[in-house]
Design a protein around this ligand. Structure first.
Ligand code: DHB
Length: 393
């Protein structure tokens, strides 16, 4: 059996790539190791840059997003109870962000692919990828109890940080860089209307907190916790108590509601270079991880997907290999920009137990600069809405 593009991983990058290719008449098979229900239940961030929405629209996957997505033209930053609004649209020539959960994006893309009866295999375990330096790379996998092999022209490695795709290159081929942060996020979804129209990111001397949302009736909230904490350390009452303290500003009230879900997320930065080995192209978390502050993970995966899609389209439609040749260089440059911004937002807003008093003063001063310099706020706004979107606005 043969296809044109073998896509390892049925997350947003893999599913979106498959759909974009399909619209150009290019065949793909998507392999996802987990069951559909698990993929659809996985809670991630929910902040889409304009460029992300645009690419989903190009894929024809925005019917629900257009109705349910919440458009925001500003974001609030609190620092020990002082509030600073970053006027996103005003500072970027009109760019906005859309709040719509990554899991909903994934559900929409899965529904679309299955409706069109295009190949998307769940519980398909890719066991090996080889022959990448030939014209016909092979994907070996097991599905429904049988071991099989698929030959393809190219392999897209979209299977996340723990995936197998990155392991298909010879040992030592990829250079990796990483940084682990000395704190985690405890995230909840609560059945209560958001207490704010715009997202609130807060630094507090007790640690970070974030008030986001999922819909007009559901709030998404996070608190910084210790790397050693477990969910047992965080009964509902303690979560709300910390959220009140950390998000609080004079004249503002946080509304509580039943907590539907609780998860703890570790925080790390990770980069793989290059993002290509022969006929294997990495996209999304398979190539890089950002800490969640600023909600860049999905947007960066989608940006990779756009670059890879255009490169494959040019190859199949015009025999033009330039996009494939330049794929890694084009992505890696953007990846480091987003890494720097995600690291900046993370270090600006978290309490780092390992920080010296001197460095804590630098952090305070960094926030003060935002409140006094429109130029500093503009840098945050441009990065937050996404640099590509900003240029297009
Ligand atoms: C959300 C998550 C983020 O990390 C962020 O920066 C903004 C929003 C969210 O889950 O809604």
């Amino acid at each position: 059996v043969r296809t044109q593009v073998g896509i390892v991983g049925g997350g947003p990058a893999g599913l979106l790539l498959a759909q974009l290719l399909h619209r150009q008449g290019i065949e793909a098979v998507v392999f996802e190791s987990r069951p559909r229900a698990r993929v659809e239940a996985r809670q991630r961030a929910g902040l889409l840059e304009q460029g992300t929405v645009d690419l989903l629209r190009q894929a024809g996957a925005t019917d629900r997003l257009d109705h349910e997505g919440l458009i925001h033209d500003g974001v609030l930053l609190n620092y020990n109870g002082r509030r600073h609004r970053v006027a996103l649209a005003e500072l970027t020539g009109g760019a906005c962000i859309t709040i719509y959960a990554q899991t909903e994006v994934v559900k929409d893309l899965i529904a679309q692919r299955l409706e069109q009866e295009l190949p998307l295999l769940f519980e398909a375990e890719v066991t090996a990828i080889d022959s990448l330096d030939t014209g016909a790379p092979l994907i070996h996998y097991t599905h429904q109890g049988a071991a099989r092999t698929l030959a393809c022209d190219f392999v897209a490695g979209c299977d996340g940080f723990h995936g197998v795709a990155r392991q298909a290159a010879p040992a030592g081929f990829f250079k990796t860089y990483d940084k682990v942060y000395p704190y985690c996020w405890l995230g909840i979804i609560a059945e209560v209307p958001p207490s704010t129209d715009e997202l609130i990111y807060a630094f507090h001397e007790r640690g970070f907190a974030l008030h986001s949302m999922r819909s007009p009736t559901r709030s998404r909230l996070y608190v910084q916790c210790a790397v050693t904490d477990t969910l047992e350390d965080w009964p509902d009452a303690r979560i709300w108590e910390e959220l009140h303290l950390r998000l609080g500003t004079p004249g503002w009230t946080l509304h509580e509601g039943p907590i539907l879900e609780k998860t703890i997320t570790p925080m790390r930065s990770f980069v793989t270079e290059p993002m290509q080995y022969e006929r294997l192209f990495l996209a999304g978390d398979a190539a890089h991880i950002v800490p969640p502050t600023g909600g860049k993970g999905l947007n960066m995966a989608v940006a990779d997907t756009k670059t890879l899609f255009e490169a494959l389209r040019d190859w199949y439609q015009a025999g033009d290999a330039a996009g494939l040749r330049d794929y890694s260089a084009a992505c890696v440059r953007r990846v480091w920009r987003v890494q720097e911004f995600s690291n900046y937002m993370t270090e600006l807003l978290h309490l780092n137990p390992e920080k010296s008093a001197f460095d804590q003063h630098l952090q305070d001063s960094r926030f003060n600069l935002l409140t006094t310099s429109a130029a500093a706020s503009q840098v945050v706004a441009e990065n937050y809405v996404g640099l590509a979107a900003q240029r297009a606005a």
